[in-house]
Design a protein around this ligand. Structure first.
Ligand code: 9WN
Length: 416
């Protein structure tokens, strides 16, 4: 075992809080939804029991309506804002009131594949949780049946302050009922984080939805931010494919057909979001009705879930190569050179191990193995040079944000 693999495993062990893994100490002291799915895939490589535990502990936070929240507050901590008292949700274990990208079923398939026959019951219980969540996505977040699911809060995208949300967030008031008491900038430099104005809007949205008592139908009507989002839908579709695979494995034919219908709908809808002039896919702002043309990584995420015609795939890859040309670490989350591009500020430019992981899977699926290898090499050497940072400045290669970061450790193990 190399030193880096050992270090990655050590980080996952240190961030363990009892069957679940915090993203990093202090900055993120709870269980986060998509972080845990990536971490479970990391564990699946050497400790299948622990991989199941990660998903099981996340599923403890699942709401009666099927949503799996973006944060599960298993134990109190005062090092993060906003905590449970701001969310005001009613689930048994305190949770946030919004969700995050549904990587869960992708992880479940990997964990199941790594397990032996005896683990069937464990997979089945988690499969049922995932099925309930996927149904929630289509019912609560695509009530009109378009095939694209919508986000009501940028935190749901996992790409919180991405330039993709700038126009939609500009319409969200900066007034809040809840005082904004940021803790993040006590842990990492403010230049690496969303701005104060972003936080006021984030909390305005939380106040608005808490005021709806977290009722999905009421939130849908009152949401000042509503984006039919391409990255989340692509992840949902890939997860849906993995879920359908598990349904068939378990002989659950009716459910497999139901999932296949969701998948077919989303497949068609995502394809409809391809913009040849941009060589990428676009999300739609459901408040204004306009395409979101901001140049972010999300535009290429559909490769993960679609088998594109060769011409389309190579156009997308040619564009990806233009974005990453000359960078020390690929892949940038915003196209370099744009006014919105900030190489150190969180989701406005930096390269992230888990985004690269998803892009690499998508490139391989679409026969673009050479660029996949370049991205893989870039990610591994960034980590080997700088350590397991939350993310990397694509120009200098500097490791930024939180350190000893769980999903960066999982990405290293997976990509190695
Ligand atoms: C809000 C934990 C999470 C990630 C997100 C990332 C960041 C939280 C925050 O950290 O978001 O959910 O407070 O900044 O944007 O993708 O899941 O690592």
């Amino acid at each position: 075992m190399t030193d880096h693999i050992q270090e990655a495993r050590r980080i996952l062990a240190v961030n363990d809080r009892g069957g679940y893994t915090v993203p990093t100490d202090r900055l993120y002291p709870f269980q986060w939804n998509w972080d845990s799915a990536f971490v479970a895939m990391g564990f699946a490589l050497y400790d299948v029991d622990r991989a199941y535990r990660e998903l099981e502990r996340l599923a403890e936070g699942q709401w009666a309506d099927g949503m799996i929240p973006h944060i599960v507050f298993h134990q109190p901590s005062d090092t993060y804002f906003p905590g449970p008292s701001v969310w005001r949700t009613k689930h048994g274990i305190p949770t946030s009131g919004i969700t995050q990208p549904p990587v869960f079923a992708i992880a479940l398939r990997q964990v199941h594949d790594a397990a032996d026959e005896g683990a069937r019951e464990r997979t089945l219980a988690l499969y049922l949780a995932a099925l309930k969540w996927h149904r929630w996505w289509y019912a609560a977040r695509d009530p009109e049946g378009t095939g694209l699911v919508a986000l009501l809060h940028p935190w749901e995208s996992g790409s919180d302050n991405s330039p993709a949300w700038d126009a939609a967030m500009a319409r969200v008031p900066t007034t809040t009922t809840t005082p904004v008491v940021r803790k993040d900038i006590g842990h990492v430099h403010a230049d690496m984080r969303p701005r104060d104005e972003d936080y006021r809007r984030f909390i305005h949205l939380v106040d608005t939805y808490a005021d709806c008592d977290w009722n999905p139908a009421e939130q849908w009507v009152r949401a000042p931010f509503k984006v039919a989002e391409i990255q989340t839908t692509a992840i949902l579709l890939k997860a849906g494919e993995d879920l359908e695979h598990l349904a068939r494995l378990f002989g659950r034919t009716e459910e497999a057909e139901e999932i296949a219908a969701f998948n077919a709908l989303s497949r068609k809808a995502i394809l409809g979001q391809w913009r040849p002039a941009l060589s990428r896919f676009v999300s739609r702002d459901l408040v204004s009705g306009a395409d979101i043309e901001a140049a972010t990584q999300a535009g290429f995420l559909p490769l993960l879930a679609l088998d594109l015609e060769a011409a389309m795939a190579s156009a997308a890859v040619a564009e990806m190569r233009r974005w990453s040309a000359g960078l020390k670490v690929a892949f940038p989350t915003t196209k370099p050179g744009l006014a919105a591009y900030e190489p150190k500020r969180y989701w406005r430019g930096p390269a992230w191990g888990i985004i690269n992981w998803l892009l690499i899977e998508g490139l391989r699926r679409n026969g673009e193995g050479a660029f996949a290898e370049e991205l893989r090499g870039s990610t591994l050497s960034a980590i080997e040079r700088e350590g397991f940072a939350e993310y990397f400045d694509p120009e200098t290669g500097e490791g930024c944000g939180g350190l000893g970061f769980s999903w960066t450790a999982a990405a290293y193990l997976w990509l190695k």
